[in-house]
Design a protein around this ligand. Structure first.
Ligand SMILES: Cc1ncc(COP(=O)(O)O)c(C=O)c1O
Length: 393
């Protein structure tokens, strides 16, 4: 039997890979499962996007290859969005790269920039596509622990000098998955400055830019002067418009920095289904009618989840962004043990902090992606598990 490439064994387990099957088994056992695992809400996409998809699917020209250009209408809608939302101008044809979901571009970016032995700085806990993309490109991940003590922020100057000298890419994501931390603008200014001095590509993952609460408006990295010299920003249709399964996103940045990503993509894909691009354009243009109401639904869920988990013995802050609570556990309970117990005994799926890398140990992640009532039920079940595991300690 042909042997597979050694690089595959350098990849960690992908936590969300196993949950759909696990969930199926629990339901088959008759359990009332509450799935707070993936950041994948049960809400509907904007009606205009659904209508546009249906209409576009009937147009035969939409079923043809999109190639790198894709649908002009989508590129132009992205440029309009960047202008309306962040007051930033980008050329739709040379400074925007349509993606098949932002994960696709985030995973491929290292192929465009990292060579054998180049270091990529990966915040941990973090989205696993950073480590996956790095490993597949034969780069060397340097894991940087995001902890409450450092405000969940990366300080490049605390890296060993020889590592910093070999660093090619820094991945940053705020509002952050899984910690829900946000980054002060002064921090972003200082990190852009250091990346420029050190010639490091700043991959800024802004998947949650529109999912923020209490008046907080997450910035684009390009609001920082000089960012266009070093940064590529990734955006997603998934979380903002409840379109996770549609697979659509984009990368944006200076022509020189995004062109290598577009080149890699010419050899690995031929663009997202153009009807999906048309629907995404419609969703972007309907942003102001759709997004505030959708965010209000998430806020209600956030508030219900925070209150319910607190009432059931957990310590958690109300996050200003994302759809996650990042909840600490008592020292004697590992995140894997707690999550396994909660799933097997109580049918509640949450993600153990350790599944986002060792730096995530001591926490678990709750996605507030179901109704307030189900969140309260999940918190009560989690509280029972906490009590049982604490008594057993
Ligand atoms: C931080 C972060 N970036 C990117 C993504 C990818 O989103 P998508 O590929 O659906 O655009 C996710 C999804 O969970 C995420 O949490």
């Amino acid at each position: 039997m042909p042997e597979y490439a050694k690089r595959l064994s350098t990849l960690p387990e992908y936590p969300l890979g196993k949950y759909p099957e696990k969930k199926r088994q629990l339901i088959a056992r008759g359990m009332d499962v509450i799935d707070l695992g993936a950041g994948d809400a049960d809400l509907a996409p904007p009606p205009v996007a659904v209508e546009r998809l249906a209409a576009a699917a009937r147009n035969p020209s939409m079923s043809r290859y999109g190639f790198g250009l894709g649908l002009v209408e989508y590129r132009e809608a992205i440029a309009r969005f960047m202008k309306r939302r962040f007051s930033l101008e980008f050329d739709p044809f040379s400074e925007i790269v349509p993606l098949i979901g932002s994960k696709e571009g985030i995973s491929h970016i290292a192929l465009a920039y990292a060579e054998d032995g180049d270091v990529t700085v990966i915040p941990e806990p973090g989205y696993l596509a950073y480590v996956g993309g790095t490993r597949l490109a034969h780069g060397e991940p340097y894991r940087y622990p995001l902890r409450p003590e450092n405000g969940f922020l990366v300080d490049l100057d605390s890296l060993p000098a020889d590592v910093l000298a070999r660093t090619k890419i820094l991945y940053l994501n705020y509002p952050n998955n899984p910690t829900a931390a946000i980054a002060p603008i002064e921090y972003l200014k200082s990190i852009v400055k250091r990346c420029r001095e050190l010639d490091i590509l700043l991959v800024y993952d802004n998947a949650y830019s529109e999912l923020a609460f209490d008046g907080y408006k997450p910035p684009s990295i390009f609001e920082v002067d000089g960012a266009r010299d070093v940064a590529i920003e990734f955006h997603s249709m998934s979380k903002t418009y409840n379109m996770t399964g549609w697979r659509c996103g984009w990368a944006v940045g200076s022509r020189e920095l995004v062109a290598p990503l577009a080149k890699v993509k010419l050899f690995v894909d031929t663009g997202a289904f153009m009807a999906v691009q048309a629907a995404s354009a419609a969703a972007l243009d309907a942003h102001d009618e759709f997004v505030p109401g959708n965010v209000a639904v998430f806020k209600e869920r956030r508030d219900a989840a925070v209150e319910a988990f607190r009432e059931n013995g957990f310590d958690c802050d109300a996050p200003k962004g994302t759809m996650y609570l990042w909840i600490p556990l008592p020292e004697h309970i590992t995140s894997a043990e707690f999550s396994e117990f909660l799933m097997e005994e109580e049918g509640v799926i949450v993600l153990p902090g350790s599944s986002f890398g060792e730096g995530g140990e001591g926490f678990f992640r709750v996605s507030f992606v179901v109704s307030p009532e189900r969140l309260r039920e999940a918190a009560a079940r989690a509280g029972r598990v906490l009590t049982r595991l604490s008594v057993g300690a």
